[in-house]
Design a protein around this ligand. Structure first.
Ligand SMILES: *Cc1c(COP(=O)(O)O)cnc(C)c1O
Length: 494
């Protein structure tokens, strides 16, 4: 087994090399040469702790990490930073299972991978005898930024620079980031949308001149974005864990297929579910749920990916994305792992904003269903779920839940379903409360957090209490064109 690039099949790397590099020099993403199969039975998995499951799932993907190294990374990641020993609890409501992925430090699912990535990266650096300081460069639609900052803050041998679209993230998301204290962190607002930030960051990764200057000064880039396989692989674990939980609690029979519904933006989380399925987890359909930026919904209809459309700011900002980077890994598979063909498609995306895989679409189509939900669907779902069960979900999870309802209505498929619950409602309190009662729209975010706590009968998470009093330490705002300059300034090269 090895890792190759989706744009150049001559590349052959170990897992730790791929984690360390993040993105291939040709602009492609690293993919495993094969998808390992689960080495434990579902019954055995159902008796495992989260940490044990994570080890079982990750070990064959991260094949050159020793058992000690990997177990050590897992132990340091999934500890008391999480507010529950289960790490990812499964909550039943209206016969559907919500897999709560928001019990980490920054109360969004990005913590699941970003708690472990710094450890995987620093271990990879040690294994590959790299003496360079790792510079993490990240574009965020809101949640990645804070989760990455929290993961890397104070980690020796690393520094992190986060770019976010100024005005394109929630107030809580912005405050979480700009109050980050540690001196190896830098947060910068950009006048542009998430796709602008992400495209520029990708460009900087591929900037040969910049890379050379950095190397001379003793630095190397790596990526904390979901394009890094060090983020993708840990995300596979919770789907396997969820299945084990359902089995242990007798909710399903051994081997029974489940559906998995994921609120999707960059296609990272659902791709992890796809890997879980292809490792042998019994999964029927992967339901890919989009918000109004429904480029993926359209893609799964006919195999045409077309980003030429208006970018819509929604109440699920972490999914406001028109270029779903991780989809490239699926496209690559659909071409029969033909890197040259995939490269052409991605070039077409870059120059024309469109590509089509109609001729090879059949290879991937059967495993996925696209759905989407607008604000009307989502707010209706948040409100009805709350009124029927008392359970309050966030706006991203609501995209999945409302999409799932539409799917069931359209297909009559009552297969037991796990919905990825990707953020705590406290992170998006204003939107959540206005769904329950539009009168709340005008209230202050922090006041609504108190109201939400009473409404949902859930304690306010630490992550929220912290930002109420923390001073703002990052106030830089820049144009897209200045991002490179600011990176160079931050690491002290001109
Ligand atoms: C990032 C994020 C998503 C989208 O996940 P992808 O892996 O980018 O598809 C959904 N919900 C929340 C809350 C997120 O932070």
């Amino acid at each position: 087994m090895f890792y190759t690039s989706t744009r150049d099949n001559s590349i052959k790397l170990t897992a730790s090399e791929a984690v360390l590099k993040g993105l291939s020099d040709d602009g492609g993403l690293f993919v495993p040469s094969e998808i390992p199969q689960l080495t434990k039975s579902l019954r055995e998995i159902s008796e495992m702790s989260y940490q044990e499951t994570a080890y079982t799932v990750m070990k064959d993907f991260l094949f050159d990490y020793t058992e000690d190294e990997l177990r050590n990374c897992i132990e340091r990641a999934y500890d008391s930073k999480f507010d529950t020993e289960e790490i990812a609890p499964l909550v039943e409501a209206e016969g559907t299972y919500y897999l709560e992925l928001f019990h980490g430090k920054t109360i969004a699912f990005k913590d699941m991978a970003l708690s472990i990535l710094p450890h995987l990266l620093t271990t990879a650096a040690r294994k590959n005898k790299s003496d360079k300081e790792i510079v993490i460069l990240t574009a965020t639609s809101g949640d990645t930024g804070k989760a990455a900052l929290a993961g890397f803050a104070g980690v020796p041998g690393t520094r992190i620079i986060v770019f976010y679209p100024k005005g394109g993230v929630s107030k809580v998301q912005e405050l979480q980031m700009i109050t980050q204290k540690e001196s190896n962190t830098k947060v910068i607002g950009v006048k542009g949308n998430f796709d602008d930030c992400q495209s520029k960051v990708k460009e900087l990764f591929g900037d040969a001149e910049l890379k050379e200057k950095m190397a001379e000064a003793g630095f190397q880039f790596s990526s904390a974005n979901s394009i890094n396989i060090g983020r993708l692989v840990p995300q596979i674990a919770y789907y396997v864990y969820a299945y084990g939980k359902l089995l242990k609690e007798d909710r399903i029979k051994d081997g029974e297929k489940i559906n998995i519904c994921v609120p999707t933006g960059n296609f990272g989380n659902i791709l992890a579910a796809f890997y879980a399925k292809n490792m042998g987890l019994p999964v029927n359909k992967l339901i890919c749920a989009s918000n109004d930026n429904k480029v993926l919904f359209d893609f799964f209809k006919d195999g045409v990916y077309d980003k030429n459309r208006e970018f819509i700011l929604t109440d699920s900002p972490s999914m406001d994305i028109l270029i779903s980077s991780n989809l490239e890994r699926l496209i690559y598979l659909s071409t029969g792992c033909d890197a040259a063909k995939n490269k052409k498609l991605m070039e077409s995306l870059k120059t024309k904003g469109i590509y089509d895989i109609k001729d090879s679409f059949a290879k991937v189509k059967d495993q996925f269903v696209g759905e989407f939900a607008d604000w009307n669907d989502c707010s209706g779902k948040i409100k009805s779920l709350y009124e029927e069960t008392g359970y309050v979900i966030d706006t991203h999870t609501a995209v999945a839940a409302a999409s799932y309802d539409k799917y069931v209505k359209a297909t009559g498929d009552y297969t037991k379903t796990v919905i990825a619950s990707t953020a705590s409602p406290f992170k998006f309190a204003r939107s959540v409360m206005k769904a329950i009662d539009p009168a709340y729209e005008k209230e202050d975010d922090f006041k609504l957090i108190d109201v939400l706590s009473k409404t949902a009968n859930v304690e306010i998470p630490n992550a929220i209490n912290e930002i109420r009093t923390s001073p703002v330490v990052h106030d830089t705002v820049c144009e897209i064109a200045d991002m490179k300059k600011l990176v160079m300034e931050n690491i002290g090269i001109e």
